[in-house]
Design a protein around this ligand. Structure first.
Ligand SMILES: Nc1ncnc2c1ncn2[C@@H]1O[C@H](COP(=O)(O)OP(=O)(O)OP(=O)(O)O)[C@@H](O)[C@H]1O
Ligand SMILES: [Mg+2]
Length: 686
């Protein structure tokens, strides 16, 4: 769908329906310069956006939900004391050998599809169900990954429960969010009975920074369905990007709250105990300026050793190593306010800790047969859960300096089922298999050498290191000397050692906050209290619309020529709103005006296009795709005329889009009445 000029083209729509054809230009307004086509009405045609202060919502408490692939939780703080972060109540349940600060992202629905339980309760209840009965129940785990991996995500996308039954993903997410909402509100009411009910809570939902717009919108829709906020109070819900949230928290850390993997002690000195990194950055630079060669003072201060090496400014990288993804962001700390500027667009990939679980599953397939493991998972799901719990605990004890083998207990149900299926026992299977680093222990367990366990980590760990190395090689991030490893997987000694060995040697300081598993959650609370802290972001993609330009011979390809009423137009021109990698500040707006084509038109729909390249010329170029639609809902104009008496064709709707926030946002006003127009960008109905 193209934006077409109204001038001289009454009734001309390019596309299937008039309702979908925006008319961006009023009579007499198209610019005549060669580069310009159908100019929008506003003077802000220039790609240089304008800045606007972000809207403030009212709230007295921020509740952040870290919705993870493997584990989830919430935390909150009151706006009267924003930095006092209250962690959610301890969860019931928990596994031996596994610290449980968050609860497993497991959801159980009854055979009728009603909510039953979430977290440990869900997992254990499902586990204890009679196997026959369990087949009717809907049990979901690790379902967050599906949202990123589905390329054509819509509100109708389905998720498959362990028993193979399908259900709309939106409902599954809404069930989980509703659970957190109720838990959090209950805890808030108990802590603070005087808290008013309405407009009290600002909710923050975390998503990986590498998620695309449709996935972010999907989470927002799930939050509406769960009743976290209403669509009318959309600004009471913030989407936070996980590594960004971690960064917001890391910059507040005091140095003694960090573990330096090189073995140096950043928090060893007096200063480390008192100052946050934010102020230490400032302090260290100040010291450096005043006493260029006075390393003695800096070392004494306890901060010098760490920060003196940061030569090109206060730049650092944060790697959120979670269950499903590894998500990276690179920030520069800005003075004097300690705001953050993103230096390179968010990147990462599917190198989460579940990669290690999958490697273990593949190992079992090699030993016992892929078909057997598939049948076992399907027919004895509770025993399969048991096995994964046993592996999880052992996985956490793995480390490069560990000596001696590890035992993983096989559930009796596994041993029994194998004998029934195959006619011989598991011990025989192990003896016959080509895998010689897993043995059968006389106590009825799988006995695995620690080298073999470390091997299971290698593909995932290598993926993380290669990704960080590729990022460090980019010119935009030169000068980064510090890497924060955060997220649950960052607790792994195997990962810590491998990252330090590979990147420490290149001069990168690798540090791990003490409460590494909760960094994202705490940061998300701080972000909710002051979302302006991330002042500048990088657009991950180029976004724009298709327009008509005046056709210029020699400049435009002949196959794009469109002649209407004697006028020559170049069709399919990609008009860029923002370029991939462009720095965009919070509140900056790209403004465009559109005129409804017909009097009485109630809706204008404009297709949005995106691509990874910065310089696409046409919406038909390779790599350019339709990614969403901007919709403007119009109030009926009085008698076909607006309140100023202007002809209907001149009715001007001014849209302002923001690309510098965690989500792309739009607002619009009807210029003649100065009334706001309902505007939205839909990324889910392509
Ligand atoms: N000591 C450890 N060794 C190995 N893996 C660990 C360790 N501690 C936690 N993990 C892994 O970290 C993962 C949980 O981390 P986290 O809670 O940050 O992930 P998540 O938030 O659920 O996932 P994501 O952020 O990718 O959606 C689990 O897969 C767990 O197995
Ligand atoms: Mg996470």
């Amino acid at each position: 769908m193209l934006a077409v000029p109204e001038m001289g083209l009454p009734g001309l729509y390019i596309g299937s329906s008039p309702e979908r054809s925006p008319v961006p230009s009023p009579p007499g307004s198209p610019r005549t310069q060669e580069s310009c086509g159908i100019a929008p009405l506003t003077p802000s045609q220039s790609p240089k956006p304008e800045a606007r202060a972000p809207q403030q919502a009212s709230f007295s408490v921020v509740v952040a939900i870290d919705f993870g692939t493997t584990s989830s939780g919430y935390a909150f703080s009151f706006s009267s004391d924003p930095e006092a972060i209250h962690m959610m109540r301890k969860w019931e349940g928990g596994d031996p050998g596994v610290a449980h600060q968050k609860t497993p992202t497991c959801l159980l629905l009854t055979p009728e599809g009603a909510f039953h339980s979430f977290g440990y309760t869900a997992r254990d209840y499902y586990h204890d169900l009679d196997p026959e009965e369990a087949r009717d129940w809907l049990y979901f785990e690790k379902f967050k990954m599906k949202i990123h991996s589905t390329t054509d995500l819509t509100l109708k996308t389905q998720l498959e429960a362990v028993n193979g039954k399908k259900m709309p993903a939106l409902e599954v997410f809404a069930h989980a969010l509703r659970f957190f909402k109720e838990h959090a509100l209950q805890e808030l009411r108990e802590q603070c009975p005087s808290l008013p009910e309405r407009d009290t809570v600002r909710w923050v939902l975390t998503v990986p920074a590498i998620w695309k717009q449709p996935a972010k919108q999907f989470m927002r829709e799930a939050a509406y369905l769960a009743g976290l906020v209403s669509r009318e109070d959309a600004e009471q819900l913030l989407i936070a990007l996980e590594p960004e949230a971690a960064s917001v928290y890391c910059r507040k850390l005091r140095l003694h709250q960090l573990m330096d993997l090189s073995g140096r002690t950043p928090g060893g000195g007096r200063l480390g105990e008192r100052r946050s990194i934010d102020s230490s950055f400032r302090h260290a630079r100040e010291q450096l300026r005043r006493s260029r060669h006075s390393r003695t003072f800096l070392v004494e201060s306890g901060v010098g050793e760490l920060w003196a090496e940061m030569q090109a400014g206060d730049r650092y990288m944060v790697a959120d190593c979670g269950g499903g993804t590894v998500d990276l962001t690179v920030h520069q700390l800005e003075q004097p306010h300690g705001t953050l500027k993103e230096l390179y667009k968010a990147s990462g990939g599917p190198y989460g800790a579940v990669g290690v679980d999958l490697a273990f599953e593949q190992l079992l397939c090699r030993i016992f047969g892929e078909d057997f493991i598939a049948t076992f998972k399907r027919q004895r799901p509770a025993a399969w859960v048991d096995l994964t719990i046993a592996f999880e605990a052992r996985k956490r004890t793995a480390g490069p300096h560990r000596a001696g083998a590890l035992n993983i207990s096989l559930p009796f149900s596994f041993i029994d089922f194998y004998r029934k299926q195959r006619g011989h026992n598991v011990e025989t299977a192990l003896r016959r298999s080509s895998v010689n680093f897993v043995k059968w222990s006389s106590q009825g367990m799988l006995r695995m050498s620690c080298e073999a366990m470390n091997e299971l980590f290698q593909p995932t760990v290598n993926g993380i290191i290669q990704h960080i190395e590729a990022l460090l090689a980019r010119p935009e991030v030169q000068g980064v000397k510090l890497l924060f490893l955060v997220g649950g997987f960052a607790e792994s000694a195997v990962l810590q050692h491998a990252v330090q060995a590979a990147l420490g040697a290149r001069g990168l300081r690798v540090v791990v906050p003490h409460d590494v598993g909760l960094t994202i959650l705490k940061g998300a609370v701080l972000f909710g209290q002051a979302p302006g802290v991330v002042r500048v972001r990088r657009s991950p993609l180029t976004y724009g619309v298709g327009v008509l330009n005046r056709f210029v011979d020699g400049r435009h390809p002949p196959d794009k020529l469109l002649v209407r009423d004697g006028r020559r137009w170049c069709t399919d021109v990609f008009e860029r709103f923002v370029a991939a990698e462009q720095s965009v500040a919070l509140g900056e707006e790209v403004r465009r005006s559109y005129c409804p084509a017909r009097p009485g038109q109630r809706r204008v729909l404009i297709n949005l296009y995106c691509c990874a390249a910065e310089d696409a010329r046409f919406i038909t170029d390779p790599g350019v795709r339709k990614c969403g639609a901007l919709s403007l809902e119009l109030e009926p104009a009085d008698g076909g005329r607006d309140s100023t008496g202007a002809a209907p064709g001149r009715r001007e709707i001014r849209a302002a889009m923001q690309f510098g926030d965690t989500e792309i946002k739009v607002t619009a006003v009807d210029v003649s009445t100065n009334r706001s127009v309902r505007a939205a960008i839909d990324f889910l109905s392509n």
